[in-house]
Write a protein that binds this ligand. Structure first.
Ligand code: FAD
Length: 581
C-alpha cells in the first residue's frame, strides 16, 4: 500500500496539532504543511504579552519550528507558501511560493484546511492609514513594536473590547501608554452577560484607561501636524474620530473588532459553508468533500449547550479538532463534541472567565433557564489574601442540568470555570455541584468551595426551599407605569396597601451597612431582629428580601417562609445589584 499524502493548509494551532497527531498515528504518511506566514506553530495567545514586555524573548513564542517538525516528526513545513486554489476533481492544490512568486501543483489524498480567521477591518474612512494595526501573528507584533518604539508612542486607541482588545489594553498600559478603548456596545467582552463584566469596566477605569462604551470609531484621519509629546519625540499621529464626535489623538491604533473565518479556498472550491459563515463540517471534521477536512477558527461548530451552529474561535477547540481530524484520517472513530466557548481573560487585577451558554445565547435559542449569583471568597476567608469572586450559574429549571457559568474576581476564577466546564461537558446538574469533592486547604479554597456554594444556592431553588427573584425584575417593576400601585419608597414595612403589585423590598443587613449604601425604596430589618419584628411585615404582599451577597437573605427567606409570608430572595444581594447598576 502506498503512503497516504496529507497536505495541510495553515500551520498554527489546528494545522500543527493535526500534523503532529497524524505522524504519531501513521509513521508512513507523507505530511506537508503549507503556511503563508514565516512561522509555524507560534503562540498567538502570547502576542499581547510580548507587546507588553511580559514575554521578552521572541523565540519563546515559537512553540515549534519547521526544523523541529522535520527532525522530530518527519513533517515537511513550507513557510511563506500560500495555497491559492483547490482542484477537487484532480485532488490537487496550487501553491505559491511567496518568496519566489513561483507556483507549484501538489497532489493530495487527504487535504486539511486550517487557515484560521482573519481580523475584521471595517471599511471606515482612513482605515489604511499607517499606525493602525491588527494583532494576528508575530509579524504584526513586530510591526507594532517597531512603531511604538520608533515613535516613542504615548497614546493608543484600542478599537474593540473583546478579549484580544482587552489584552492589548493591559499590555499597552503596561508599556506606559495612555489607552482609550472605543467599543460599539455598552459592554466589553460581548460574549458574556453585561452584569458580569461591570467589574471589568470599573477595573479598566481605575487603571486610567479611558473606556468609551457605545461609542464606536467613525473614521481615522492623519493628525496633520506634529503634536508636542511629553518626551518631545512626538510623531505624525492619527486623529481617531468617534461616533459621538470626539476626536482622539493617537500614536498607535489597535483594531480588535473581531475575526471572520478564512473561507476563501473553501468557497472557491465549492465546499459547503454553514449559516454562520464558517466551513461546514461534520462531527469528524469532514467537509462536504469526504477527503477534505477543516479545523479551527475557519469552521462552524455545534454549540455544545444550545446545539446551534456557532463560530467559536478559540485555541483549545482548534487544537482538539486538529487532533480529531488526524484520528479520523487514520481510521479511528473520533468525534468532536462541540464547543462550549470556555475562555478566560485577565484584565489588570481581575480575571474573567466563562463556559457554556450565557443568558443572551439561551434567550436567542429559546431555552428555558434559571440563574443564580453567588459571591464567594477564592479561598478560606480566615487565610490572608482572600478575594471575592462573583459566579453566575445558568441551569435548566426542569432538572437542574448546567447550561453555563461565568465568573469574575481577583483570584481562583479560572479554576472554578474549569470545574464547571467539565461538569457541563459531562451533563452534570446543580445537585452534582453540591456533591462535588474538590481539593481544599485554606490558601487554595474553602471546605465549601465556590462551586459547591453555587450548587447549594441553585439546589435550594429547585427544591423549593427558596423562591428566587432577580434585580432585573425589580428594576423592570420599578420602571413599569406606577398607576394603580403605590411606590415602596419611604414606607414602613406595613404600609403600601394590599394587593399592590410592587413588593416590599426588605434589606436584612446591619444598619451600618445600610448607611454605607442601600437600594432605594427598601425597608431595613436586620436579620438578628427579624424573628421579633415579624408582626411589622405585611402578609398580603410579597416580600423580596436581600442582604450583602445572598446568605443572610436566604436565612431570612427561610424564617419568613416558615412563618407563612410570601417571600422571594433577591439573588446575589447588593453585590449583584451593584453589578447591574
Ligand atoms: P491560526 O492559528 O490562526 O492559524 C491559521 C494559519 O493559517 C495562519 O498562520 C495563516 O497564515 C495560515 N493560512 C491561512 N490561509 C492560508 C493559505 N491559503 N495558505 C497557507 N497558509 C494559510 N484563544 C484562546 O483560546 N485563548 C487565548 O488566550 C487566545 N488569545 C489570542 C490572542 C490573540 C492576539 C489572537 C490573535 C488569538 C488568540 N486566541 C486565543 C485565538 C487562537 O489563537 C485561535 O483560536 C487559534 O489560533 C485558531 O487556530 P487555527 O489553526 O484555526 O488558526
Amino acid at each position: 500500500m502506498t503512503a497516504k499524502r496529507v497536505l495541510i493548509v495553515g500551520g498554527v494551532a489546528g494545522g500543527a496539532s493535526c500534523a503532529a497527531r497524524l505522524r504519531r498515528l501513521d509513521e508512513r504518511a507523507e505530511i506537508t504543511i503549507f503556511e503563508r506566514g514565516p512561522d509555524v506553530s507560534f503562540a498567538n495567545c502570547g502576542l499581547p504579552y510580548y507587546v507588553g514586555g511580559v514575554i521578552q524573548d521572541r523565540q519563546r513564542l515559537l512553540v515549534a519550528t519547521p526544523e523541529r517538525f522535520r527532525d522530530w516528526l518527519r513533517v515537511e513545513v513550507r513557510v511563506r507558501h500560500e495555497v491559492q486554489k483547490i482542484d477537487r476533481t484532480n485532488r490537487t492544490i496550487e501553491v505559491q511560493n511567496l518568496q519566489t512568486g513561483g507556483t507549484v501543483t501538489e497532489p493530495y489524498d487527504v487535504l486539511v484546511l486550517a487557515p484560521g480567521a482573519a481580523p475584521l477591518r471595517p471599511p471606515l474612512p482612513g482605515i489604511d492609514l499607517p499606525g493602525i494595526f491588527c494583532v494576528r501573528n508575530l509579524e504584526d507584533v513586530d510591526r507594532i513594536q517597531a512603531w511604538i518604539g520608533g515613535r516613542k508612542a504615548e497614546r493608543a486607541v484600542v478599537v474593540g473590547g473583546g478579549y484580544a482588545g482587552l489584552e492589548m489594553v493591559e499590555n499597552l498600559s503596561r508599556r506606559g501608554l495612555h489607552v482609550t478603548v472605543l467599543e460599539l456596545l455598552d459592554q466589553v467582552m460581548p460574549t458574556m452577560d453585561p452584569e458580569m463584566v461591570a467589574p471589568v469596566h470599573a477595573e479598566l477605569r481605575s487603571k486610567g484607561v479611558d473606556l468609551q462604551l457605545s461609542n464606536p470609531v467613525a473614521a481615522f484621519e492623519p493628525a496633520g501636524l506634529r503634536w508636542p509629546s511629553r518626551t518631545g519625540a512626538g510623531g505624525e499621529g492619527l486623529t481617531v474620530v468617534a461616533r459621538d464626535g470626539r476626536r482622539l489623538t493617537a500614536d498607535v491604533v489597535i483594531l480588535a473588532v473581531g475575526v471572520r473565518p478564512e473561507t476563501r479556498l473553501a468557497r472557491q472550491s465549492g465546499l459547503e459553508i454553514g449559516s454562520t459563515g464558517g466551513i461546514r463540517v461534520d462531527d469528524q471534521m469532514r467537509t462536504s468533500d469526504p477527503v477534505i477536512y477543516a479545523v479551527g477558527d475557519a469552521v462552524e461548530v455545534r454549540d455544545f449547550v444550545t446545539g446551534r451552529p456557532a463560530l467559536i474561535p478559540l485555541a483549545g477547540p482548534a487544537n482538539r479538532q486538529g487532533r480529531i481530524a488526524a484520528d479520523v484520517i487514520c481510521g479511528r472513530d473520533a468525534r468532536f463534541r462541540g464547543s462550549q466557548g470556555t475562555c478566560v481573560v485577565g484584565v489588570f487585577d481581575l480575571t474573567l472567565a466563562m463556559t457554556g451558554a450565557t443568558e443572551k445565547t439561551l434567550q436567542a435559542a429559546g431555552i428555558p433557564y434559571e440563574k443564580s449569583y453567588t459571591h464567594s471568597p477564592d479561598h478560606a476567608g480566615y487565610y490572608p489574601g482572600a478575594g471575592m469572586m462573583a459566579l453566575k450559574l445558568l441551569y435548566a429549571p426542569r432538572d437542574g442540568r448546567l447550561l453555563g457559568a461565568q465568573a469574575v474576581g481577583a483570584a481562583g476564577v479560572a479554576k472554578r470555570i474549569d470545574v464547571l466546564a467539565m461538569a457541563i461537558q459531562k451533563g452534570a446538574t446543580v445537585y452534582d455541584l453540591e456533591e462535588a469533592e474538590l481539593c481544599y486547604a485554606p490558601q487554595y479554597g474553602s471546605a465549601k468551595d465556590a462551586v459547591n456554594m453555587a450548587g447549594f444556592v441553585a439546589g435550594n431553588v429547585l427544591r423549593g426551599d427558596v423562591d428566587p427573584v432577580h434585580w432585573t425584575e425589580w428594576k423592570a417593576r420599578r420602571l413599569a407605569p406606577t398607576e394603580g400601585r403605590a411606590p415602596t419608597e419611604g414606607r414602613a414595612p406595613t404600609e403600601g396597601g394590599s394587593g399592590g403589585e410592587m413588593p416590599l423590598v426588605l434589606d436584612v443587613r446591619d444598619p451600618k451597612e445600610v448607611a454605607a449604601g442601600a437600594v432605594p425604596g427598601t425597608v431595613n430589618v436586620p436579620l438578628p431582629q427579624l424573628r421579633a419584628r415579624l408582626a411589622e411585615l405585611p402578609r398580603d404582599r410579597e416580600i423580596w428580601v436581600h442582604c450583602g451577597v445572598g446568605q443572610r437573605s436566604y436565612y431570612a427567606a427561610r424564617i419568613l417562609k416558615q412563618n407563612g409570608f410570601k417571600v422571594r430572595n433577591l439573588s446575589g444581594g447588593m453585590k449583584t445589584y451593584k453589578m447591574q447598576e
